[in-house]
Design a protein. Structure first.
Length: 489
């Protein structure tokens, strides 16, 4: 299927998310869309997929103009989109989610859908159990399921928005093999990404967006420096990693076990000290997400002891941890961090209304305007958070954190962000917290990021903390082996 976008514009008031974008997606190709956060990538893809309506411009399919009115209409036209956070139902089974949106009378044909799902998983070497509850599988596996559902619906154009963010190397390799096979079958694949290595490994052509416009295109073989120049204009600098001498213990876990994720947390003991920057590595679902939630008081442990500045926190609520200057920032921005439907200003109203029955609206606006400027958020006080790019949602989350935090727990804080936004986030975190001797503990799927930022590294495997090492005493190779469970290598 040939897709042509001609002079696409999308305005939000005076803000121009897309400002005259034109490009062509050929059948049987994998086409990359690169750009920094806020460049207009997701907006453009949502217009193609029917989730947003363009302000003006034309979309042509096989030479014929179409007006994509809704996601359902896009599906009928053969266009499907796979988001960073799959649109699914965690309380239902894998099979039930696979059947959603497909033929009517699905209850009577459940065995047929099971057979179809198993055929597709076998074809692409996916490992999905139809009877598993969706909430028990990883984000990467949820992406696989959504992709199979879209294919079963007959789509010819598959749009993927940052599909490798937060998934393991194994799942990434499996996904790439599946996408190559689909392109060989004549499907059109659009890969939205900020990772040059993914584009170079997978795509035949790349279109780069910058500030809502096409800044350039390139076909294989790619020149990384030229692509970065198209993305940023000038090369972004790396944040300076601060080195603090560890102080007294802030939080201590003693033989803590908890349920959650794929592996839970098993008999975990560790100490985080004042002033430390600690990176957490491990395959998705290895226990790091449970560790962060237990340490922040969001999840209560099944056994073990948590001491916060020497105080026993067993049975204490998250708010008790907050009062003792513990803050947690989740990876799921819209599911756990922000409230869809509310504006930036309304989030500041919620943040600063604690203990107050009334908060005058001008106060919200002033707070929002001040933090929008301070954190360089590309939006207005009345902008709904779901209309912000991923990078700007992350900046908003960061702006909502208490500045007197002493223990900051971050779950994949740069997930889905481009290089410039990643560096900006870390510069702010180090300026606001590390310089004040707060402890920062963060998980990341990127070993390079952990090595660049952290002074100490924890590795989780199958729910257990299997390695606790100073960065200067290890290597990326050694950490990679530990992530795979080979701690003796």
């Amino acid at each position: 299927m040939l897709i042509e976008l001609q002079d696409i514009h999308k305005y939000y008031g005076s803000s121009k998310a897309n400002n005259g974008i034109s490009l062509v997606i050929q059948s049987g190709t994998i086409h990359g869309i690169l750009g920094e956060n806020g460049a207009g990538k997701s907006t453009l893809m949502r217009i193609m997929a029917g989730y947003l309506q363009k302000t003006r411009g034309s979309v042509l399919i096989n030479g014929f103009p179409v007006n994509v009115r809704s996601p359902e209409h896009a599906m009928k036209l053969g266009i499907g989109m796979l988001y960073q956070d799959p649109l699914d139902f965690p309380s239902l089974s894998v099979l039930d989610n696979f059947m959603i949106g497909q033929l009517s009378g699905a209850i009577l044909k459940k065995d047929d859908f099971r057979k179809r799902l198993l055929e597709l998983t076998l074809r692409f070497d996916f490992r999905l159990n139809p009877d598993s509850l969706l909430k028990t599988i990883t984000v990467g596996e949820r992406q696989q399921l959504e992709m199979l559902r879209l294919l079963s619906l007959g789509i010819e154009v598959l749009i993927l928005d940052e599909p490798t963010t937060g998934i393991s190397t194994l799942l990434k390799d499996t996904l790439f093999s599946a996408l190559r096979a689909l392109a060989e079958d004549g499907k059109s694949i659009i890969l939205v990404s900020h990772k040059l290595e993914d584009v170079e490994a997978l795509c035949g052509k790349v279109t780069v967006l910058r500030q809502g416009k096409v800044s350039g295109e390139m076909t294989r073989p790619f020149n990384s420096e030229k692509l970065l120049g198209m993305i940023f204009g000038t090369m972004p600098s790396h944040p300076v990693s601060l080195r603090n001498e560890p102080g007294p213990p802030l939080i201590e876990l003693k033989a803590v076990s908890a349920t959650g994720g794929r592996a839970g947390l098993k008999d975990c003991s560790t100490v985080i000290r004042k002033g430390e920057i600690v990176g957490i590595a491990g395959l998705e679902g290895s226990g790091q997400e449970v560790f962060l939630r237990v340490a922040s008081g969001i999840k209560k442990p099944a056994s073990g002891t948590i001491l916060l500045a020497g105080r026993d926190m067993r049975g204490k609520h998250y708010h008790s941890f907050m009062k003792r200057r513990v803050a947690f920032m989740p990876t799921s921005r819209l599911e756990e961090g922000l409230v869809p439907g509310l504006s930036i200003a309304e989030h500041f109203a919620l943040r600063y209304s604690a203990g107050r029955f009334f908060l005058r609206k001008p106060e919200w606006i002033l707070k929002a305007e001040a933090y929008i400027a301070k954190f360089n958020i590309r939006g207005n006080p009345d902008t709904s958070v779901e209309n912000l790019s991923g990078g700007n949602q992350q900046r908003l989350l960061l702006s909502l954190l208490s500045e007197d935090t002493e223990l900051l727990l971050l779950e994949n804080p740069t997930r889905g962000l481009d290089v410039e936004s990643t560096n900006w986030i870390w510069s702010q975190l180090q300026e606001q917290y590390s310089r004040k001797r707060a402890a920062i503990v963060f998980s990341s799927t990127e070993l390079d990021e952990i090595f660049m930022i952290a002074e100490r590294i924890l590795v989780f495997f199958d729910g257990r903390l299997i390695k606790d090492v100073k960065k200067d005493n290890t290597s990326i190779h050694e950490l990679g082996m530990a992530i795979a469970g080979k701690i003796d290598a």
